[in-house]
Design a protein around this ligand. Structure first.
Ligand SMILES: NC(=O)c1ccc[n+]([C@@H]2O[C@H](COP(=O)([O-])OP(=O)(O)OC[C@H]3O[C@@H](n4cnc5c(N)ncnc54)[C@H](O)[C@@H]3O)[C@@H](O)[C@H]2O)c1
Length: 277
């Protein structure tokens, strides 16, 4: 029977040698590779944002922290005291605020290596109760701001020829808003698509973009659900518990590190098995 596989010509080198500048050797995760990198974290005043800031600061990364809630941002700044960090408060769904954020990053650090878009807003309104103003607010706070921040990051990252971006989606994007509203689920689905487009667009420039889609993570956002709703949600998680901000931060760190150099355009589901595809 004829082989289904083509035979390699005898002269082919094996393993193949690196042929282009885009080929790179595998690097296992090494904390030292993160030292000095400049990371922008949006939603830095939130439960996942503050944990990301702590983890990055512990690796000697330099931080730009952004959030709409000034007091929470100050709390995060305190949590990373000792790290080189700036904090910018403002509504990142508004173009001038995003431009100002990048102006400050450019002025202070002159580059941006990592962007994590963790800013988000969940509302649990029933579908028929959502008016257009609330729809727009939730879309803006979850995907509008991620788009604006990603767009501003393109130019400096292209110039550097490197960069890693992580956007935040949600389990709701895949299974629909069960307790979370339809607007939140739709916005988080749009985040996945934005991530794929950006990954394709920026790959030739050495920039990667991925998304993380958690289910329940123990932050203020989860406490918006009633106890009964949380119990129902946990029953749908094979691992039998919610995730922690530490677990999500570790995943994000890996995604922005050289250890994941071949991963782009992907959505990583961190949900204890609640959704399996
Ligand atoms: N906690 C969960 O169970 C869960 C599950 C799935 C997805 N997520 C996503 O993970 C990300 C982080 O969530 P978290 O748990 O830390 O929530 P969180 O509510 O603790 O933090 C979100 C932060 O985003 C900020 N923010 C909201 N709108 C903003 C805007 N327009 N401009 C600037 N900042 C804004 C808020 O002020 C807040 O500090 C979010 O995108 C969220 O949708 C969380």
């Amino acid at each position: 029977m004829a082989s289904l596989f083509r035979k390699a010509p005898k002269s082919s080198p094996w393993p193949p040698k690196a042929q282009s500048h885009q080929m790179t050797t595998f690097q296992p995760f090494d904390p030292a590779t993160m030292s000095g990198k400049v990371a922008l974290i949006t939603g830095a005043g939130g439960g996942i944002g503050v944990q990301l800031a702590r983890r990055f600061a512990g690796l000697d990364m330099r931080l730009a922290l952004a959030d709409i809630r000034k007091e929470n941002l100050e709390r995060t700044l305190e949590a990373v005291s000792g790290a080189e960090a700036i904090a910018c408060s403002g509504d990142l769904a508004v173009e001038p605020a995003v431009r100002e954020l990048f102006r400050q990053i450019r002025e202070r650090f002159g580059r941006v290596d990592v962007v994590v878009n963790a800013a988000g807003l969940m509302k649990c309104s029933r579908l028929e109760e959502i008016d257009k103003a609330e729809w727009d607010q939730v879309m803006d706070a979850n995907v509008g701001n991620a788009f604006l921040v990603c767009r501003e990051a393109c130019a400096p990252m292209r110039e550097q020829g490197s960069g890693a971006i992580v956007n935040f989606s949600s389990l709701a994007a895949t299974v629909g808003g069960i307790v979370a509203g339809a607007h939140y689920a739709a916005a988080k689905a749009a985040v996945i698509s934005l991530t794929r487009s950006l990954a394709r667009y920026m790959a030739p420039h050495g920039v990667r973009c991925n998304a993380v889609a958690p289910s329940g993570v123990e932050t203020d956002m989860l406490w918006m659900f009633s106890e009964e709703q949380r119990e129902t949600l946990v029953k749908g998680i094979p691992l039998g518990r919610f995730g922690t901000p530490e677990e999500i931060a570790e995943l994000v760190l890996w995604l922005v590190s050289p250890a994941s150099a071949y991963i782009t355009g992907q959505t990583i589901h961190a949900n204890g098995g609640a959704f399996l595809s």
